[in-house]
Design a protein around this ligand. Structure first.
Ligand SMILES: [Zn+2]
Length: 571
C-alpha cells in the first residue's frame, strides 16, 4: 500500500496534529515553564531531558539525541512501519485517510478479516474458561505450569473437539471472513473448523491484531502443531510469533532471542525471559531477519542441538551474512541434544538459561564451526572442502571489517604451514577453528599505510595517541618523519635501513599469512577511520551532555556531535 496515501495528505497531517498530542497519547508530559518535558521513552533516565517543541512541532531528547516529528515518534515508540504510523496519526487526528478505490477495498477487506479472527480468538478464550470439555485444556496448561497471567498475556485459548464449534454459531459476514482465512473450511459444501481439540495460540502482528492461529493438539493427532494457512492478512515469512508481546513487556529491546516454537516463547516469558520470538515453521529467512534487525541489532539464535537444529542454525546464519553490518551482534546458541528452551528453562531457571545466552557463539566463530563439521583439518583435502564451503558465504558479508577478518581466518586455517617447536601443539587444526577471529584493525591500518604511505598525516590526525592503534601510529610517525610517499620508497628505506626499523616494522606484518589486495585494504582502512571519527564525535557529545549544557550553550560542534549520535542510532 506504500505510496498510495497522497504525500500532500501526509504532510498536512504531520503539520496539523500537535506533537504534544502525539507524545502525550503515549508518554506523560510535564509542563516546565514554557516547554513540555518528559522522561525519555527511548533511553533510561531519571530526570527528564525529552523536550517537546510545540512551535516547530518537533521533539528532541538531549540525553540520547532522539528527535523527529509525529510520524517518527510513533514509528519508534510503537515499532510501526511508515504506513502504520500514518494510520495511527490519522486516528489521533480523527480523520480518514483518502485512498483510491482499490486500496480502500483491500483495506476494508483486511479490517473485516482482522475482526473475524479476533472474534474467533475471543470464542477460543471463552471456551478455555467455560466450555464443557475445558478440563482437557486446563490439565495440559497445569502440566506445563503456565500462570494465569501468562495465559492472559499470550491470549491462549481452546478449540473444543467439535467439527463446527466456530461455524455453527457465527454471524454470516464473519463466517465468510473465517472461510477466507481458512479458519473454517467449506470444502465439499460442508463446514468444518480447521482447529479441533487444540490449544490455541493467536499469532498477532506488531499492532496486536490477530492475523492467524497456531494450534497444539490435545489428543494424539499426527500433526502436533498446525498453523493457519497463508491469507490476505497472514504471510508466514513476514511474521514472528511473540514480537507484539515482546514490545508490550519491554520499553526498550536490548536483544532478541530467536527460538523455534510457541511454547518456547511462552515458557521463557513465564520464567522472566521476555525477549523471545519464534519463527513460524520457516527457517529464519531474509524477511524474518530484516524484521528482527529493524527492531534490534543484537540477536541470539537459539536452536536444538540435534541435526535439524544445526541445519536450521546454518540456514539462519547464511541468510544473515548479507544483512550483517558493523555494529550488529549475531550470536548462535545450540542447546544440548534432546533439550529445547521450554524444557531447559524449567529445569535450570532464568539465571542459568541467561548464562547460556550470554555465552552464545558469535557469528565469526560459529561460521567456521559449522563449515568444519565432519572434517579433519589436518588433511589437505578437507581444508579444501572447508575453503569451498566458507568462501562463497564470506563473499556475501556486507560489513567490510567482518568480511576481511573472516577471509583472514579462513586463509589462516587453510594455508596453515606446519610449524615447529613449542607452537606445534597449539596450532593443531581444531584449535585454529575454535580460536576467535581477531578483527585486528591496528594491523589493517599498518597494511593500508604500507600501500598508501602518502596518507600518513591524515591517519595520524585520527589515531595519534589511540592505544588500540599503537603500531599504526608508530608506523605512520616513521613514514612521516622520513617523508616516504610511495610503497617503493618504503621498501627501499626499510631495505637499506641501519637504525633497526626493518626489525621493528617487519614484525607488524608477521601475524599475516595472507595479504589482502590493496583496494580492499583501502576500503577497510576508510571504514575504520570513519568509525573512529564518529566515536570521537560521540565522546565529545557525551562530554557535552554530561556537563548538562543547554543547547543554547553548546558550540556548533557539540550540537553537530549530538546530532551524529541520533543519526548513528537511527541507521
Ligand atoms: Zn532519550
Amino acid at each position: 500500500m506504500a505510496g498510495l496515501i497522497p504525500q500532500d495528505f501526509i504532510d498536512d497531517l504531520v503539520a496539523r496534529v500537535p506533537i504534544a498530542d502525539v507524545v502525550s497519547s503515549r508518554v506523560q508530559l510535564k509542563k516546565s515553564g514554557a516547554t513540555l518535558k518528559a522522561c525519555c521513552p527511548f533511553h533510561q533516565e531519571k530526570t527528564p531531558s525529552f523536550h517537546v517543541n510545540a512551535q516547530k512541532n518537533f521533539y528532541h531528547c538531549f540525553g540520547c539525541g532522539a528527535n523527529g516529528n509525529g510520524i517518527n515518534f510513533l514509528r519508534d515508540h510503537d515499532n510501526l512501519s511508515f504506513n502504520e504510523a500514518v494510520e495511527e496519526l490519522a486516528k489521533i487526528a480523527g480523520v480518514e485517510i483518502p485512498r483510491d478505490e482499490k486500496v480502500k477495498q483491500v483495506y476494508s477487506l483486511q479490517n473485516k478479516l482482522w475482526d473475524a479472527l479476533e472474534y474467533a480468538n475471543l470464542r477460543y478464550r471463552d471456551a478455555l474458561k467455560g466450555h464443557d470439555s475445558k478440563a482437557i485444556a486446563q490439565q495440559y496448561l497445569k502440566k506445563r505450569d503456565l500462570s494465569p497471567e501468562i495465559i492472559e498475556r499470550f491470549s491462549i485459548g481452546f478449540a473444543p473437539a467439535q467439527r463446527d464449534f466456530l461455524s455453527s454459531s457465527v454471524p454470516p459476514e464473519t463466517l465468510k471472513s473465517l472461510i477466507t482465512t481458512k479458519t473454517v473450511s467449506d470444502k465439499y459444501e460442508r463446514l468444518f473448523d480447521l482447529f479441533q481439540n487444540r490449544l490455541m495460540f493467536p499469532i498477532r502482528n506488531s499492532r496486536g491484531k490477530t492475523i492467524a492461529f497456531g494450534g497444539r493438539t490435545l489428543g494424539d493427532d499426527k500433526a502436533k502443531y498446525i498453523n493457519s494457512p497463508e491469507s490476505e492478512v497472514f504471510h508466514k515469512s513476514n511474521e514472528l510469533y511473540g514480537l507484539y508481546e515482546v514490545n508490550q513487556s519491554n520499553r526498550q529491546i536490548e536483544r532478541l532471542l530467536v527460538v523455534e516454537g510457541y511454547m518456547d516463547v511462552i515458557s521463557l516469558a513465564q520464567y522472566g525471559i521476555t525477549y523471545a520470538v519464534a519463527t513460524l515453521g520457516t527457517a529464519t529467512n531474509t524477511e524474518n531477519l530484516s524484521q528482527l534487525l529493524r527492531r534490534c541489532h543484537n540477536l541470539v539464535f537459539c536452536f536444538d542441538g540435534d541435526n535439524a537444529g544445526i541445519q536450521a542454525a546454518r540456514k539462519a546464519m547464511e541468510n544473515a551474512l548479507p544483512l550483517f553490518e558493523d555494529g550488529m551482534q549475531l550470536n548462535f546458541l545450540l542447546l544440548p541434544r534432546g533439550e529445547d528452551p521450554d524444557t531447559l528453562v524449567r529445569d535450570e531457571g532464568k539465571e542459568a538459561f541467561e548464562q547460556r545466552i550470554n555465552h552464545a557463539q558469535p557469528l565469526s566463530e560459529f561460521l567456521f564451526q559449522i563449515y568444519s563439521e565432519g572434517l579433519d583439518l589436518k588433511i589437505a583435502e578437507h581444508k579444501g572442502v572447508l575453503k569451498q564451503r566458507a568462501e562463497v558465504q564470506i563473499e556475501q558479508v556486507r560489513s567490510k571489517v567482518l568480511k576481511n577478518a573472516l577471509r583472514q581466518k579462513l586463509n589462516q586455517i587453510t594455508y596453515q604451514r606446519v610449524k615447529r617447536g613449542a607452537f606445534q601443539e597449539q596450532d593443531s587444526a581444531r584449535d585454529l577453528v575454535s580460536t576467535k577471529v581477531v578483527q585486528d584493525p591496528d594491523t589493517s591500518l599498518c597494511l593500508a599505510l604500507y600501500y598508501m604511505p602518502e596518507r600518513s598525516t591524515e591517519f595520524l590526525r585520527v589515531i595519534a595517541g589511540h592505544s588500540d592503534y599503537r603500531h599504526a601510529s608508530e608506523f605512520a610517525d616513521f613514514l612521516q618523519a622520513n617523508e616516504l610517499s610511495n610503497t617503493n620508497a618504503v621498501l627501499f628505506r626499510l631495505a637499506t635501513d641501519d637504525a633497526g626499523h626493518r626489525l621493528r616494522f617487519s614484525s607488524l606484518f608477521e601475524r599475516l599469512d595472507w595479504i589482502p589486495e590493496s583496494t580492499e585494504i583501502q576500503l577497510v582502512a576508510d571504514d575504520i577511520l570513519t568509525r573512529l571519527v564518529k566515536e570521537q564525535k560521540r565522546a565529545n557529545a557525551l562530554k557535552a551532555t554530561k556537563i548538562n549544557k543547554l543547547p543554547s550553550q553548546m558550540t556548533d560542534e557539540e550540537k553537530q556531535a549530538l546530532r551524529s549520535i541520533s543519526v548513528t542510532k537511527s541507521q
